[in-house]
Design a protein around this ligand. Structure first.
Ligand SMILES: *[C@@H]1O[C@H](CO)[C@@H](O)[C@H](O)[C@H]1NC(C)=O
Ligand SMILES: *[C@@H]1O[C@H](CO)[C@@H](O)[C@H](O)[C@H]1NC(C)=O
Ligand SMILES: *[C@@H]1O[C@H](CO)[C@@H](O)[C@H](O)[C@H]1NC(C)=O
Ligand SMILES: *[C@@H]1O[C@H](CO)[C@@H](O)[C@H](O)[C@H]1NC(C)=O
Ligand SMILES: *[C@@H]1O[C@H](CO)[C@@H](O)[C@H](O)[C@H]1NC(C)=O
Ligand SMILES: [Ca+2]
Length: 272
């Protein structure tokens, strides 16, 4: 009994799980097509078969990317390539981040691939403490990128946000959250922006209310829970400030914020 307690307390900090990749989305810079018109698409890196591979065209900065559909702290990334032409991928860089756009400046580098060996699993551990939603493998050379199979371990970050699939004005939405001891969601950084975005994807309306209100006469934006507006993610064409607007996040893709008439009836996101 004591021994097992000791055992678990010793291994607990290093506990990680293999991430289920079947609900994720992959993409890559281009798709190589062979003489039989077989397309070497990005999903072939997570199909469970080490003999079936992705392959981009030969180009500078070829990349492969996975959207984990959640925020994870990544503890290891394993890559298997069967021996064949272009299968040694030394020099590739692995990035982890929150940016829906491919942007190496915004992302954190996990590791640069070195000493890559074919026909075995190559394990990359980074520094064991990098979080994000997107993992990108970039080849900063003029080479095609080949990946036969990728496995990822990490810990999923619990989200404090919950989408309410009811259509309400901004004021009604705020009351609804508060009646349940919650508040309309505040976004303070790229991490919370991503967690809120993941909830917004489930909405039945094209936009969802955030806890970001506007005082017209002062032209002042405020989070309903009094946090300072330090991080901003307005759509480029979100418009000039007019009266009676509040901020809503777009359901799709980049999850930019828009200024919407506060009387519109939208789904909304509460924070626990
Ligand atoms: C990933 O996690 C699985 C358990 O889910 C474990 O068996 C495997 O050894 C882990 N891989 C690494 C590289 O730590
Ligand atoms: C992924 O696979 C697991 C186990 O086979 C299953 O429980 C889960 O529902 C699947 N998820 C998706 C999004 O398909
Ligand atoms: C990439 O990210 C950096 C840092 O977040 C940002 O300043 C820059 O505008 C981004 N570039 C693009 C093209 O989005
Ligand atoms: C991981 O990083 C976060 C934020 O960057 C930091 O707060 C935390 O202490 C780090 N944890 C470990 C175990 O290094
Ligand atoms: C909310 O509005 C959307 C879009 O107009 C609609 O599809 C959905 O059924 C509405 N939901 C409810 C609960 O009324
Ligand atoms: Ca495969």
């Amino acid at each position: 009994m004591l021994w097992s307690l000791l055992f678990f307390s010793l291994i607990a900090p290093f506990n990680t799980e293999s991430i289920q990749l079947n609900g994720t989305e992959t993409s890559q810079s281009s798709i190589y097509e062979d003489d039989n018109t077989l397309k070497y698409t990005s999903d072939r890196a997570i199909d469970g078969d080490v003999k079936i591979c992705t392959n981009t065209k030969q180009q500078m900065n070829s990349w492969w990317r996975i959207d984990l559909m959640g925020v994870y702290r990544i503890s290891s990334i394993e890559i298997f390539n069967k021996a064949s032409v272009h299968s040694v991928i030394n020099g590739c860089e692995i990035y982890i981040g929150y940016s829906p756009e491919l942007n190496r400046t915004a992302d954190l580098k996990f590791e640069t691939i070195e000493n890559f060996a074919t026909d075995i699993w190559n394990t990359f551990k980074g520094n064991g403490n990098v979080s994000g939603r997107y993992i990108t493998v970039i080849y900063p050379k003029e080479e095609p990128l080949v990946l036969c199979e990728v496995k990822i371990n990490g810990t999923k970050e619990e989200s404090p946000f919950v989408l309410i699939q009811e259509n309400k004005t901004w004021e009604e939405a705020l009351s609804h959250c508060r009646a349940q001891n919650m508040d309309l969601a505040s976004i303070l950084d790229a991490n919370t922006q991503t967690l809120v975005g993941l909830e917004a994807m489930k909405a039945t309306t094209d936009f969802v209310w955030l806890g970001l209100g506007h005082i017209c006469i002062l032209d002042f934006w405020f989070w309903v829970n009094d946090h300072c507006l330090t991080f901003e993610y307005w759509a480029p064409e979100s418009g000039t400030d007019v009266c009676d607007v509040s901020a809503a996040m777009e359901k799709n893709w980049e999850h930019h914020w828009h200024k919407k008439n506060a009387d519109q009836q939208l789904n909304f996101i509460c924070a626990k």
